[in-house]
Unconditional design. Structure first.
Length: 227
């Protein structure tokens, strides 16, 4: 079973935030993962209002994060402690998912087949500022309906549209699904970036998808960035 680290605010309305963390963990566990929130454990013996004990709790939380498979960031308010957790997850190359509406299960990053969904760490560094034309993009999981959330459905080849350019005013990207060949359009912000070649190969091997590199146009490190 996948172990997920639940990051949410603690300071402020302490009792409400503890209750929220418990609810998030319950929802996540009911959806088939093993959820861990540091608020629900370390606050049992470390007092968050005492600086030395707070630092110890944060340290223990980061150590636990190293053992987790994913980081789920609950909500759009990012506290100081959460910023540290996100930074540490990035250093560890852990998948990071922003659950904008943690009170609604439809926003939770749970795949249809139990395999890890693609995220920003599945993309080339800095690719959100690159031209998308001809590239294979990773669609953000929450753009898809829950019943379609899996790795193959997240891969789309950009064919055109003003949104392919990071500097254009238009945001539409016309793309083709690598899974079923569907052609449609999305907004540039619906994509996390250009997929890493090794991630594309991994998905191909997992699902037996037939992808021709010359047709897909995998991004090479030597290519320039759209000014």
């Amino acid at each position: 079973m996948k172990l997920v680290y639940i990051a949410s605010p603690l300071r402020g309305d302490y009792e409400k935030n503890i209750k929220n963390a418990a609810e998030y963990c319950q929802r996540a566990c009911e959806m088939g993962v093993l959820a861990f929130a540091p608020h629900l454990y370390f606050t049992q013996f470390y007092n968050d209002t005492i600086p030395e004990q707070r630092e110890k709790g944060l340290e223990m939380g980061l150590a636990m994060l190293e053992k987790c498979d994913e980081l789920w960031v609950m909500g759009t308010h990012i506290s100081v402690g959460m910023r540290g957790e996100i930074a540490h997850a990035r250093e560890l190359d852990k998948p990071i998912y922003i659950v904008e509406h943690p009170k609604e299960e439809a926003y939770y990053p749970v795949s249809t087949d139990g395999k890890q969904l693609l995220s920003g760490n599945s993309c080339l560094d800095g690719s959100t500022g690159m031209d998308y034309t001809g590239q294979v993009l990773v669609m953000k999981y929450d753009v898809l309906k829950p019943e379609y959330r899996n790795r193959p459905n997240q891969l789309w080849q950009a064919e055109g549209g003003f949104g392919c350019s990071p500097s254009a005013r238009g945001r539409r990207v016309y793309a083709t699904s690598l899974y079923d060949g569907e052609r449609t359009s999305f907004y540039r912000q619906d994509f996390a970036g250009i997929v890493k070649p090794e991630v594309l190969e991994e998905v191909q091997s997992q699902y037996g998808l037939f992808m021709q590199e010359q047709e897909i146009g995998i991004h090479k490190e030597t290519e320039g960035v759209e000014p």
